[in-house]
Design a binder for this molecule. Sequence first.
Ligand code: SAM
Length: 213
Amino acid sequence: MSAPDWLADTRTSYDTVADNYTDFTRDALAKLPLLRGVLALFAEAAREVGGPVADVGCGPGLITAHVRGLGLDAFGVDLSPRMVEIARRDHPGLRFEVGSMTDLDLVDGSVGGVLAFYSVIHVPDAEVPAVFTQFRRVLRPGGVVMLGFHVGDRDSFKTEGYGGLPMSLHVHRRPVERVAGWLRDAGFALEAQVLLGPDDEVPGGVLIARSPA
Ligand SMILES: C[S@@+](CC[C@H](N)C(=O)[O-])C[C@H]1O[C@@H](n2cnc3c(N)ncnc32)[C@H](O)[C@@H]1O
């Protein structure tokens, strides 16, 4: 079956901007101590569970490599083949695969953690519950998921980005409680909620949740 239009458009968009995205974000983590702190929270929780950690929608692998440095056995999955090429080039010791969070090519109960940072933002509301069910399926009992997303209540359609390159995809800003509710509906128990930049125009939401033991 062919990919739905929104998924194909998201893939093409990120293939188009992958090189610029990589250049624009290369130093981002070095400048964001609170984001590093949030990733450390996740690393503490996932290390205790043990097992591999999937960074889903990993882009060029910056966060995958960072949490690897925190001692996690992290690997990346991304929809965009160009993103995966760049991630492999920039982080040759790590594993990166092309794949979609809507249909993860991972064995049931095979990972201790799932990270999805600013990647579920492109999934339509109607499809998010199925994505969280995928996360639950691939996690071990007691495994942890951490999501990063734009907070708000708006769906915008992005036609260009990262230096004026053409894009064609939706970017969803969501209330924290809506995302938390979808996680609960998928069987997760919420463990932490962080709001980054609460006074910013678009704060960053971070949720950490656990699958049942
Ligand atoms: C804004 S970037 C974030 C990249 C990385 N997580 C970071 O924080 O730097 C969004 C990434 O999610 C990927 N993505 C979007 N939809 C996806 C899907 N359905 N499955 C896997 N990856 C997806 C895109 O290809 C892109 O690399």
